[in-house]
Write a protein that binds this ligand. Structure first.
Ligand SMILES: [Zn+2]
Length: 104
């Protein structure tokens, strides 16, 4: 996969994730109902949303790291062992910073 298309994929993904984080934040800001039954459901939803937001934020950090690596010219090199990351893995997870061996 060439660097240009990797960058495009990462930037697209970044946009999508930021959008997701924003919409979770908007959800949190929108009012809460006083009804206790609904409140329980809301709390469950909040737990799910919090988890979604956390995952999205983590992915965003990884994407930023990958974009930084593209700039530095060390994209596709494992952060832990210095070996090249498998192309198939990069296709599946374009922001991977570790090879499959180190990630497991
Ligand atoms: Zn490795």
């Amino acid at each position: 996969m060439d660097i240009c298309s990797v960058e495009t994929v990462l930037i697209e993904k970044r946009k999508e994730l930021s959008g997701r984080v924003d919409s979770v934040d908007r959800d949190f800001r929108s009012g809460r109902s006083a009804d206790s039954g609904e409140r329980a459901t809301e709390m469950e939803n909040e737990a799910v949303l919090t988890e979604l937001r956390r995952e999205a934020s983590e992915e965003l950090l990884q994407i930023d790291r990958a974009l930084q690596r593209l700039k530095n010219g060390d994209y596709g090199i494992c952060d832990s062992c210095g070996n090249e990351i498998n192309q198939e893995r990069l296709k599946a997870v374009p922001y991977a910073v570790q090879c499959i061996n180190c990630a497991n």
